[in-house]
Write a protein of this length. Sequence first.
Lengths: 89, 139
Amino acid sequence: MKDDIRAILMEHGRLVRPVETLSDDANLYQAGMTSHASVNVMLALEAKLDIEFPDRMLRRSVFESISAIHAAVFELRTALLRVNVRHEP
Amino acid sequence: MGSGMVAASFVVGLDLVQISAIASSVEKFGGRFLDRIYTPAELRYCLLDPDTSAIHLAARFAAKEAARKVLRLEDDAVGWRSIEVERSPTGFCELLLHDEARARAFHVGFVSFSVSMTHEADYASAVVLGERRRSGSPL
């Protein structure tokens, strides 16, 4: 999943440094990502991974690093999985 | 200064947005971008004229981000639509705060806001000024 996140950051993150030079914990805002770019990253992640970031996750820290984004996506997909399992007959 | 006196302080926020970048977001993400960022009233005004919609959308994005800076959000979750730019019939704009943005403003003591937006070539910019009052604090 981190590869997907890195690919989306490369396309939408408007980073001033190549994404492949960033560690998973590197601060993306310090690497040039603007608030507008973070919105684009969020929307691209939603489309790619079939998730939706709720308003409670529209916090700076959620998009601060690749690890933070990964944790948020993992949480959303886990919650989605639980809902789907609960709805099985 | 005796107790009960009221002092005011001001916090300013500034943001600059590339108009073509906003146009690109609209092209790529369409309604998902628009509905996530803007209120229905903002969209009604911004989308009136396709030739100028990206300018108005970019200016409002800048205003929302400038307001977020004024609110010193740190890591608070504040939705983009909870900060709204309202345009009067005379053309002047005011900032309206709703829900979590309003709660945050109240929590940190803001009593009023002022917004000004401008654009030139491929950039739109906005300044937001927030006024805070604290009872008993020195002028």
